[in-house]
Design a binder for this molecule. Structure first.
Ligand code: CA
Length: 224
């Protein structure tokens, strides 16, 4: 019956947890609910979920710190649940490594769609491994790493690598933020594109000198 695997929900509000559970179980997922960060981190280890839904406002360790700790040990897709737009700024600004976020009150149906999109990306049939060269860098889809002209290879997170690969495959072309969102995150976004900027910033930080240009007012381009 549960064919789609386990989703972990870390959320202290029972009413929300019940609602989310109902929708996800209807869709064939197994939902594991943890009411706080500590038990959530335990469940991450024990239950090996395919995606994590993480409330920002949790008792004890807050959602931001929980997300950091998840990222320190796992590439599992994380979708943050936030109460206000102001919190979105916080999540985005802190670059904590979440893959996506949903603002409360959210529609459970939309949440399921987001999880599907996130999972679809991570499940896409692996393409034949290839290496793309750009400005002395080698971007390797088999090893999912980037090798600088000098120095050691760098392995970005799963999502960062998907973004890097998309830019590399389309090098020379200017890509708009919404184009990038659709291709890399797998859904049409509702005018919300900061997530792209955050991930590009992370890539630039990790891959010092990677030839990703900001095209003012439009988006990004990897130069040849
Ligand atoms: Ca809460």
């Amino acid at each position: 019956m549960t064919q789609r695997g386990t989703v972990l929900l870390i959320e202290d509000e029972e009413a929300i947890a019940d609602l989310v559970r109902m929708y996800f179980e209807q869709e064939g997922y197994r939902l594991v609910h943890a009411p706080d960060g500590e038990s959530g981190l335990d469940a991450l280890k024990d239950r090996n979920p395919r995606a994590v839904l993480l409330d920002l406002g949790l008792p004890g360790i807050d959602g931001i710190e929980v997300c950091r700790r998840i990222r320190a040990q796992s590439d599992v897709p994380v979708i943050m649940l936030t109460a206000r737009d102001a919190e979105v700024d916080k999540i985005v600004g802190l670059e904590i490594g979440a893959d996506d976020y949903v603002t409360k009150p959210f529609s459970p149906r939309e949440l399921v769609a987001r999880v599907r999109a996130v999972l679809r990306r991570s499940e896409d049939a692996p393409r034949a491994p290839a290496v793309i060269e750009a400005d002395g860098w080698e971007i390797d889809s088999g090893r999912r790493e980037a090798r600088p002209p000098e120095g050691d290879p760098v392995r970005p997170t799963a999502r960062e690598f998907d973004l890097l690969w998309y830019l590399a495959e389309n090098r020379g072309l200017v890509l708009s933020r919404s184009q990038i969102l659709e291709a890399v995150w797998g859904y049409e976004y509702f005018g919300e594109t900061r997530t792209v900027d955050v991930h590009v910033r992370q890539l630039r930080k990790k891959l010092d000198g990677i030839p990703i240009e900001t095209v003012w007012g439009v988006g990004y381009r990897m130069t040849d």
